[in-house]
Write a protein that binds this ligand. Structure first.
Ligand code: ADP
Ligand code: MG
Length: 481
């Protein structure tokens, strides 16, 4: 254990976020995920001679949105460059990217681990096109190439090497994913590969000033696996150093099945990309007006909403965090509190019932049947002591099935209205106490815990109609006489 404590972990992340534009970055082909292979491939995407790329303006808009949200400097004069390499899934033989003029520079992502907040400084965000996909499994004799993904716009987000634990990397990716979803620039789905992450990892002795060689780990299909891959890589490097070995700069793949990594390529055959300016695309000038317009079109960001929830609506930081985790949940919550002033109860319902329901049923909030107004009605009936909490859950369940009646009507129909009728309550209590004479005697001798049993029995007898608070009060006063 001690050997590990001597080292500082150094991590820089490169995140590729596939933009959710309808069409590709330099061609009008659609970008629908899962379409039949090679059905979204125009002459431009196929890299046929003589074709010219044409820029999709939405790509810049989305890139600038993300840059503004991360407080980056936005580059005004943008150039594209060719990054040359040969792959079967890159028919042109080069990728159009931004080398010298990334659209965003600097900026940061704020993360919190173990109650400590820090800024992960970004190096750059640049625009580039995705490659196609090779498939080596579908056919025994041939490798197959699907070019549907070729030319889909990507943003590459590159951090400075300032991340110092796998936990921080995990939080960083969680924040990025949350943000790209809020801004509607990328669906953030790592399983489908629309968000991908390469982790550059090195370690050095605490106090050492130079960085040591780094290893780039690829192929992680979830944020959790990025964290696992980093843990495995850190341990591997420290073990090598502790045994007197050295680390060469290399790229490794991660196998999530057994949490091991394997070499992909070493520095010796690292690419020389021979970047040069893309002659077929003019520079793109971004004006202040464009930046201002984009700023105006942006939704409130999670951090801003969290502050509003804690300051104005007095929610705990914890609740505010969960509610702003996903934009849809936050939007729903704000609609909900248009109909109720019980902000805390509204938060509890969102966090417990609503989130559990949509998670358990694997549905999206947009397909959730319970309307904010209906949920507010349930909360109101509870606050007025008209229904019990189990009654509230029954009404909630009926609403999830698409019922559109008012909550009061349902409470009546389902016999959920709690009785405040004193005579009725007295009769139930009388029956319960008559049923348990020994328990009553025990209670009178000091076994006060029996009260719970009586309350429970009254609730049962009344089929939930008795109000627990009234019942308890009435029981105490009867038993103490
Ligand atoms: P390249 O151009 O070869 O990809 P960069 O300098 O752009 O290299 O760095 C790529 C990523 O690697 C960045 O996220 C950077 O923070 C990270 N990085 C650079 N050096 C180290 C290091 N010694 N240890 C860990 N990460 C590093
Ligand atoms: Mg790089």
């Amino acid at each position: 254990m001690q050997a590990y404590d001597k080292y500082q972990i150094v991590i820089g992340l490169e995140v590729h976020a596939q933009l959710n534009t309808k069409t590709k970055v330099f061609a009008a082909d659609e970008t629908t995920f899962g379409a039949a292979p090679n059905t979204q491939v125009s002459a431009i995407t196929a890299g046929l001679p003589g074709v010219l790329p044409k820029l999709n303006k939405n790509v810049f808009e989305k890139a600038i949105k993300l840059g503004l949200a991360l407080e980056c400097d936005i580059t005004r004069e943008n150039h594209f460059d060719r990054k040359n390499y040969f792959y079967a899934d890159l028919p042109k033989g080069y990728q159009i990217s931004q080398d010298k003029t990334p659209i965003c520079k600097n900026g940061f992502v704020e993360i919190t681990t173990d109650n400590v907040t820090k800024q992960v400084i970004l190096n750059r965000i640049h625009i580039e096109e995705d490659a196609g996909k090779n498939n080596h499994e579908l056919d025994e004799n041939y490798s197959l190439v699907d070019l549907n993904r070729a030319g889909v716009p990507l943003l590459e987000i590159v951090t400075e090497p300032v991340i110092h634990s796998s936990d921080e990397a995990y939080q960083f990716l969680t924040e990025i994913r949350k943000l790209v979803r809020y801004l509607d620039v990328c669906d953030g789905n790592m399983e489908e590969g629309s968000m991908r992450c390469d982790a550059n990892v090195s370690v050095r002795l605490i106090g050492e000033t130079n960085f040591r060689n780094r290893v780039e780990v690829k192929n992680m299909n979830s944020i959790r696996n990025v964290k696992r891959a980093i843990d495995v890589e850190v341990k591997r490097q420290i073990d090598i150093y502790e045994n007197g070995g050295t680390i060469d700069q290399e790229t490794r793949g991660f196998n999530p099945a057994d949490a091991t990594s394997f070499p992909l390529r070493s520095k010796e055959n690292a690419h020389d990309y021979r970047y040069f300016p893309e002659p077929d695309l003019p520079p793109v000038l971004v004006t202040q007006q464009t930046i201002d317009d984009i700023k105006k079109s942006m939704p409130a960001l999670p951090k801003e909403l969290q502050e509003k929830l804690t300051a104005t609506y007095h929610l705990s930081t914890y609740d505010a965090h969960i509610i702003t985790d996903e934009k849809e949940i936050a939007d729903y919550y704000f609609q909900l509190i248009n109909h109720t002033k019980n902000y805390k109860a509204a938060a509890n319902w969102m966090i417990n019932e609503v989130k559990s329901f949509i998670n358990e049923n694997g549905i999206l909030l947009q397909d959730f049947n319970v309307q904010p107004k209906q949920l507010a009605e349930i909360i109101q009936l509870l606050d007025d002591n008209i229904i019990s909490s189990s009654g509230a859950k029954s009404i909630f369940k009926v609403y999830t099935e698409g019922n559109t009646k008012s909550a009061v009507a349902l409470a009546e129909e389902l016999n959920l209205i709690q009785s405040s009728d004193k005579d009725e309550l007295a009769t139930w209590i009388e029956n319960v106490l008559a049923k348990y004479p020994e328990k009553v005697a025990e209670y009178k001798k000091g076994k006060k815990g029996n009260l719970n049993l009586f309350v429970g029995e009254v609730m049962k007898l009344s089929r939930g109609a008795a109000n627990p608070k009234d019942t308890t009060q009435a029981l105490v006063s009867i038993l103490n006489n």
